[in-house]
Design a protein around this ligand. Structure first.
Ligand code: TMP
Ligand code: ASP
Length: 231
């Protein structure tokens, strides 16, 4: 199969007939790729978590790219043109939000904050406003509106899904793609790489911050997220 793109942790292959295969590799990166390692089993753990979450969202009426989870670490997906805008949703202030703005770390954000970022590692995914996104030709004004609405819906659904499993959905990043008909659907993955998860009781970190901040036990916590997501 022809490779369409090799990302930092996933490889995308052309499967023909408007479909693609996404392979979740064991690589884990931080700092826009500055820090990089392989953790055995991480690819399949993230694939399984993502598959469950994307299926759950589909059941709730959110269209996604996932057609089939090919165990242990591949997705057969609808081929889409990824919109180079990362949609970040925040329920609790932490991470880059508290580095850039005077929010108190750990405080609740109600209503949640939707933030757009430019998907471009060379520029370190800078925050976008609508005018910059339009001037760069990344998408249309309508696309921004649709992505914002879908991200808020995904947040409502996932917040409850995780709450029932003893996990606080702190923040997360979504990517959307356009199908050949021009419809915007949810793409990429939803996993401990792209979300922040805290244990509801202990507030223990269960996501990629363990790797970013050298907290250890990365795979152990990813596995615990998988266990709860599949329960
Ligand atoms: P941030 O606090 O570093 O801006 O991250 C917010 C959320 O988005 C966090 O859950 C991690 C996720 N994220 C990604 O998945 N990929 C990225 O490139 C960035 C910047 C954030
Ligand atoms: N910027 C992303 C993160 O730290 C991914 C990466 O740096 O490789 O989550």
């Amino acid at each position: 199969m022809k490779t369409i793109t090799t990302g930092k942790v996933k490889t995308v292959y052309d499967a023909g007939e408007g479909k693609a295969i996404i392979e979740f590799r064991d690589d884990i990166t931080a700092g826009d790729g500055a820090k990089k390692e392989a953790k055995e089993g991480k690819g399949s753990i993230n694939a399984e978590i993502s598959a469950r979450l994307l299926r759950f969202l589909e059941e709730k009426g959110v269209k996604t790219h996932l057609k089939e989870f090919v165990r242990p670490n591949k997705f057969l997906v609808t081929k889409v043109e990824i919109i180079p805008v990362e949609v970040i949703l925040r329920n609790i202030a932490t991470g880059s939000l508290v580095r850039r703005f005077p929010f108190e770390k750990g405080s609740e954000l109600n209503p949640p904050i939707v933030e757009f970022g430019y998907k471009n590692d060379d520029y370190h995914d800078p925050m976008l406003n609508n005018d910059i996104a339009l001037a760069l030709g990344l998408c249309t004004r309508d696309d921004l509106t649709v992505m914002r609405r879908l991200a808020l819906k995904v947040n409502d659904l996932l917040k409850e899904f995780f709450f029932e499993r003893g996990i606080l959905l702190v923040d997360f990043k979504l990517e959307f793609g356009k199908t050949s008909d021009g419809e915007i659907i949810l793409a990429d993955e939803i996993s401990p790489d792209t979300c922040r998860f805290w244990d509801s009781e202990t507030r223990e970190v269960m996501d990629k911050d363990r790797f970013r901040k050298d907290m250890g036990s990365v795979i152990e916590f990813y596995s615990e997220v998988r266990r709860r997501v599949l329960s």
